[in-house]
Design a protein around this ligand. Structure first.
Ligand code: FEO
Ligand code: CA
Ligand code: CA
Ligand code: CA
Length: 727
C-alpha cells in the first residue's frame, strides 16, 4: 500500500461535534421562534419548513444579453487514459510538471533525473486552484484583456507515484535529502505569462520576467492580528513576523485589487511532531495541536524533517527541542494553514500570510462582487470531515480607487475585519457567528482552550468556531459567487462519517442534518460485477445561500441544496436532483462561476470511478428556494433545489485515469478555458523499472501506448471555431 499523500483529509480531528448536535437542535427551535416573532423581515416570502420561491435580488452584475443556454453535446463517461471534450472543441497542454519556466533549463527528462535545485524554475506538481489575470499594456492588471495574461497555478502536493524521482521514493527511515529538497520546490505556486497567437492558441511565454515559482522555501511575511504573536515565534523569526514557505496549496482566490490568494489546506502532510512532545506542552497547547490534526508522534507522510538536522529540515518538526520558543520550531505549525496573498504582477514581491482570515485547512477564499462603500467579503471552507464554512468581512469599505492596488490594498482590506463561521438551521435560514475575542466563549475562561487575544482566536479558529456552535459540514471544498445575483455556492464533496437519523453514531460519526442530509449505503454492482461498499454521504452535494437583503456582509442568510451528486440509477432519495446519463457525477470539488453566470463544477471522486474518471460539468443554476422540501436517504428532510435536466446541467469534460479535475478559469472573453488535470494515475500500481504506471497521461493523449510517466498539467480548451466556451 503506497503512503497516502493525497490531499483528501482522512483525519477527523473535530472532537467537539457530537455534543453540538443537541445545542444545534435547541438553536433551531430558538431560530424558529425568532422567525415567528417576525425577526426575519428581510426574507419576505419565506415559509417555515416549506418550499418557497424567494424574490430574486436585484442583479449585481451585468445580465447576459439573452437566456443562458448550454451549447455543446454532453461528453460521455469513460475510463480511458484520455481527456475528452465535446465535439467542436480542442485542447492542448499549457504546462506540465517539470516544464522549465526559463530558457537555459533543459526540458523535463521524464526519468526523474533533473537536478532538485532546478525546480526553483520548473512547473511544480499537483496542479490545483488557478486564476487568469489579464496583463495590461502598462504591465499591470487589465481585467478585460484575454490575449495576454498571467496564470497563477497552485501546486498542491507530490502525488504518488513520485515521478519526480528516478525510482520513486527511496525507502528508509530517513528521507534522502535531494529528494526532500525537490519535493519542497515542487510545492507552492507558479506564475507564468501566457499569450494567445493569431490562430487562437494560448501558450506559456518561456523566459517572461513575470514567470515565478513560490515554494515551500520562499520567504513570507505574516500580517494581521496574529503577526508578532507569541504563538508565531520561531527560531527563524523570534519576533513572529516572518516564516518560510507555502505548501499544500489547494484552492485559491483572487482579489478585487488584482492579487492572487493561495490557500494552505493539508499542511499536516508536511509538518510532524515528535513522540513524547506532550509533556513539554501546556494542556491548552496539546488540545490545540490535537484539534488541528497534529497529535504527538505524528509523522507527516513526506517526513522532510528526517532528511537532515540542519535548519532546512529541522523546521518541519513542530516539537519542543530547546529551552525557549525562539530557539526551536515548536510553533512552526502555527505558521501554516493560512490564506497567502501573492502579487503576480510584482515577481520580486514577498508573499503575505493574511492571518485575519483565520487558520484551518483552507480550501480557498472567494470574493463576493465588490460594491463601493461596502465591506469586501470572502467566503472560505475548511476541508476536513465535520469542519466549517467561514466568511471574512473587511473593516474598510471598498473604494474603487484601489482596483489595482496590489499588496498595499491587501493590507488595507485583509488585515482588519471580522471572521465569521456559519450555522445552518433546519428551517432554511442560517446565521454568521463572529469569531471575535471576548464574545460568547472566546475568552481566557473557555474550558477547552482559553483564548488570550484575537491573534489566539485566529490561530485557533477551529476551536473558536466549536465554541460558537457552527454547523459541521460534509467537507467544504470550493466556493463560488454568482456574479448575477450574489448567491454563494459551496461544494461539500462527501463524508463517510454521516449516519442516518435511525443509526447510532460511532466514534467521529455525525447524524445527518438538513444541510448535510444524506446518508446511505451504496452496495450497487460495479461494471465488473463486484459490489461497491461506500457509506455516508457517498456522492456529495452543493449548498448555496443568499445573504439577507442581498448584502454580502449580512449576519443572516437563506439556504438550500442546489445539487446532489449521485449515480443516475440511484434511488430517488439519493438522486434528489434527478441526474441522468448526461450529467450524473460524484464528489463535487472545484467550482467557478464565469462572468456570464455559467457555473463550472469539477469532481474529485473515488466512489463512481469504476464507471467514469473525474469530470467537469457546466450548469445554468437557478436561485435559492427554487425547489422543494424533500426527504433524503437516511431519514432527514432537506431543502432541495429544483431538479436539473440535461438542458441545465451537462458533462463538458472527462479526464484520464486516476486523476482529479480541479482548477478552472476562463479568459474574460470566454474563448480560452484553463483546466487542471491533477495526479493522473494516483494511487495506482507503479513499476518504475518497467515504465508502467496507472496512467501515462498527458503523453497518452496523443499516443495511447506511451510508457511516459504521468504528470499533473494545465490544459487549455478552445472551440474550433474560436467561439465562446460552453454556450
Ligand atoms: Fe485539496 Fe480539499 O482538496
Ligand atoms: Ca479540492
Ligand atoms: Ca477533494
Ligand atoms: Ca484528489
Amino acid at each position: 500500500m503506497h503512503p497516502s499523500f493525497a490531499e483528501d483529509d482522512d483525519v477527523v480531528v473535530n472532537p467537539s461535534v457530537q455534543p453540538k448536535l443537541d445545542e444545534l437542535v435547541a438553536g433551531r427551535v430558538l431560530s424558529r421562534r425568532g422567525l415567528l416573532a417576525g425577526g426575519m423581515g428581510w426574507a419576505a416570502g419565506v415559509m417555515l419548513g416549506g418550499c418557497t420561491v424567494p424574490t430574486r435580488p436585484a442583479a449585481i452584475g451585468q445580465a447576459p444579453a439573452g437566456p443562458l443556454r448550454l451549447g455543446f453535446a454532453p461528453v460521455a463517461k469513460h475510463t480511458l487514459d484520455q481527456v475528452s471534450v465535446p465535439d467542436g472543441y480542442r485542447l492542448a497542454v499549457l504546462h506540465a510538471l517539470g516544464d522549465p519556466l526559463q530558457p537555459g533549463y533543459e526540458a523535463w527528462r521524464g526519468d526523474g533525473t533533473e537536478l532538485p535545485a532546478s525546480y526553483d524554475q520548473r512547473v511544480g506538481d499537483g496542479h490545483d486552484g488557478m486564476h487568469f489575470f489579464g496583463l495590461g499594456h502598462d504591465g499591470g492588471w487589465d481585467s478585460r484583456r484575454s490575449d495576454r495574461g498571467l496564470l497563477a497555478v497552485n501546486h498542491e502536493y507530490v502525488p504518488s507515484p513520485f515521478v519526480l524521482h528516478p525510482g520513486g521514493i527511496t525507502p528508509g527511515a530517513q528521507r534522502v535529502g535531494t529528494e526532500a529538497h525537490k519535493e519542497m520546490l515542487a510545492h507552492g505556486v507558479s506564475v507564468t505569462e501566457v499569450a494567445r497567437s493569431a490562430d487562437g492558441r494560448t501558450t506559456m511565454v518561456k523566459g517572461s520576467p513575470y514567470n515565478r515559482r513560490v515554494t515551500a522555501l520562499t520567504p513570507m511575511e505574516l500580517a494581521g492580528p496574529a503577526k508578532g504573536h507569541r504563538l508565531m515565534c520561531t527560531r527563524h523569526s523570534p519576533q513572529g513576523t516572518h516564516t518560510r514557505g507555502t505548501q499544500n496549496n489547494c484552492a485559491h482566490g483572487h482579489t478585487p485589487w488584482g492579487t492572487y490568494l493561495t490557500c494552505e489546506e493539508n499542511w499536516t502532510n508536511t509538518v510532524s511532531r515528535a513522540a513524547g512532545d506532550d509533556v513539554r506542552r501546556t494542556a491548552a497547547e496539546v488540545a490545540a495541536l490535537n484539534r488541528y490534526g497534529l497529535p504527538e508522534g505524528r509523522n507527516s507522510p513526506y517526513r522532510w524533517h528526517t532528511a537532515g538536522t540542519d535548519d532546512l529540515h529541522a523546521r518541519w518538526s513542530s516539537s519542543v527541542t530547546a529551552g525557549s520558543a525562539d530557539a526551536d520550531y515548536r510553533h512552526v505549525a502555527n505558521t501554516f494553514g493560512w490564506v497567502v496573498e501573492i502579487d503576480p504582477f510584482q515577481p520580486a514581491s514577498t508573499p503575505v500570510k493574511r492571518t485575519a482570515l483565520g487558520r484551518f485547512s483552507h480550501e480557498g477564499a472567494w470574493p463576493a462582487p465588490v460594491v463601493a462603500g461596502q465591506p469586501v467579503v470572502f467566503y472560505m471552507g475548511d476541508d476536513a470531515r465535520n469542519e466549517y464554512i467561514y466568511k471574512f468581512v473587511s473593516a474598510a469599505a471598498w473604494d474603487p480607487v484601489d482596483a489595482r492596488g496590489g499588496l498595499a490594498a491587501g493590507s488595507k482590506y485583509l488585515d482588519h475585519g471580522t471572521l465569521y463561521v456559519a450555522r445552518f438551521d433546519a428551517d432554511g435560514t442560517g446565521e454568521w457567528l463572529a469569531l471575535s475575542h471576548g464574545l460568547a466563549g472566546l475568552d481566557a475562561g473557555n474550558a477547552t482552550y482559553g483564548f488570550a487575544d484575537q491573534g489566539d482566536v485566529l490561530i485557533h479558529a477551529r476551536l473558536a468556531a466549536d465554541a460558537r456552535g457552527a454547523t459541521p459540514m460534509d467537507r467544504p471544498e470550493w466556493g463560488a459567487v454568482n456574479p448575477l445575483n450574489g448567491e454563494v455556492y459551496m461544494t461539500l464533496t462527501n463524508n463517510r462519517n454521516r449516519v442516518g437519523a435511525a443509526e447510532k453514531p460511532v466514534g467521529a460519526q455525525l447524524h445527518t442534518d438538513a444541510a448535510n442530509p444524506r446518508s446511505y449505503a451504496d452496495t450497487s454492482a460495479r461494471p465488473d460485477g463486484t459490489l461497491r461498499v461506500n457509506r455516508g454521504n457517498v456522492n456529495g452535494h452543493i449548498i448555496r445561500w443568499r445573504e439577507a437583503g442581498g448584502q454580502a456582509a449580512a449576519i443572516r442568510f437563506q439556504w438550500d441544496v442546489f445539487l446532489f451528486g449521485a449515480q443516475a440509477d440511484a434511488p430517488a432519495d439519493v438522486n434528489l436532483s434527478g441526474l441522468t446519463d448526461a450529467n450524473d457525477f460524484s464528489s463535487p470539488d472545484g467550482m467557478c462561476f464565469d462572468s456570464r453566470g455559467l457555473l463550472w463544477i469539477q469532481t474529485d471522486d473515488a466512489a463512481y470511478t469504476d464507471v467514469s474518471n473525474c469530470m467537469l460539468l457546466a450548469a445554468v443554476p437557478g436561485v435559492v428556494g427554487d425547489g422543494r422540501q424533500a426527504p433524503a436517504a437516511g431519514g432527514t428532510s432537506t431543502l432541495a433545489g429544483a431538479p436539473v435536466t440535461p438542458a441545465t446541467l451537462r458533462r463538458f469534460l472527462v479526464g484520464p485515469k486516476g486523476c482529479e479535475i480541479t482548477g478552472v478559469t476562463l479568459t474574460p472573453d470566454h474563448r480560452n478555458m484553463f483546466v487542471n488535470i491533477q495526479h493522473p494515475g494516483e494511487g495506482m500500481p507503479a513499476d518504475f523499472k518497467a515504465h508502467r504506471f496507472g496512467s501515462h497521461w498527458p503523453a497518452s493523449q496523443q499516443e495511447p501506448a506511451s510508457l511516459a510517466r504521468p504528470r499533473s498539467a494545465t490544459v487549455v480548451v478552445t472551440r474550433e471555431d474560436g467561439g465562446e466556451i460552453g454556450t
